[in-house]
Design a protein around this ligand. Structure first.
Ligand SMILES: [Zn+2]
Length: 165
């Protein structure tokens, strides 16, 4: 089966050699980010099958829906969502794997049935659902607020639910 790797920015900015056999897909927004930072970093992909793409709106909507449900929406940047959405876009085409060390990307991906691999560390073996607890009145909320709607204190992210993968 054809291998397709979706890379996040840390996978590229790490400058580490990536031993990936197959097609490599990178969000266009990361290409712009890396070119600004150090265009030389993209040279490791010279002569490889690399595409810089923008994900479909349909996949982005799906990622947003799942991220919201898992309480990961605030933890994912726009680029993070694009990485997961691109994996969804290429799912029909072959064996898709996201290369990332970001736990929120890994968590949402695992709920969507997408595989991932860490750059340096091993992937997570647990899935998390996040919630938010008030540091003042200790009330628990599923959604993040800028401050506690009851007493106005700061909210702290806590794991609401944990499942082994
Ligand atoms: Zn409170």
């Amino acid at each position: 089966m054809k291998k397709i790797y979706i890379l996040d920015s840390s996978a590229i900015l790490s400058g580490k050699p990536l031993y990936l056999e197959g097609k490599i897909v990178i969000p266009e927004s990361i290409e712009r980010e890396v070119v600004k930072e150090d265009p030389k970093l993209l040279q490791i992909f010279l002569g490889r099958d690399v595409r810089y793409e923008k994900p479909s709106k349909k996949s982005l909507d799906e990622v947003n829906r799942v991220a919201e449900d898992l309480g990961e929406k605030e933890r994912l940047s726009d680029v993070d969502k694009e990485i997961i959405a691109l994996a969804l876009d290429h799912r029909e085409e072959g064996d898709v794997c996201i290369i990332t060390d970001d736990y929120s990307i890994q968590n949402v991906s695992s709920f969507l049935g997408l595989s991932y691999r860490g750059i340096s560390e091993k992937g997570i073996s647990e899935r998390f659902k996040w919630g938010y607890r008030c540091e003042g009145c200790k009330k628990f909320f599923k959604r993040p607020y800028s401050s506690c709607p009851v007493c106005g204190s700061k909210l702290k992210p806590v794991v609401r639910k944990r499942t082994r993968v």
